[in-house]
Design a protein around this ligand. Sequence first.
Ligand code: FES
Length: 74
Amino acid sequence: MANNPGRLVCLCNHVTAKEILDILRSGATSTIEVQQFTLAGTGCTRCVREIDALVENYKATAKKDPQLRINFKY
Ligand code: FES
């Protein structure tokens, strides 16, 4: 994944990787919660796999070291 926070993940609903990360940092813990708060992945669903990857990557990073969440690369 490119390290570009402004990168659009969901083209249908214009949701960036940064917006998804912000939701995860705010406490969302699943793709469904990301979808509920951002609408990402609720159109054509093409981006759901990428949202899944962002969620899993975030969870793995946060589990290793909570301080890394601040420097999470997305
Ligand atoms: S690109 Fe995300 S729902 Fe279509």
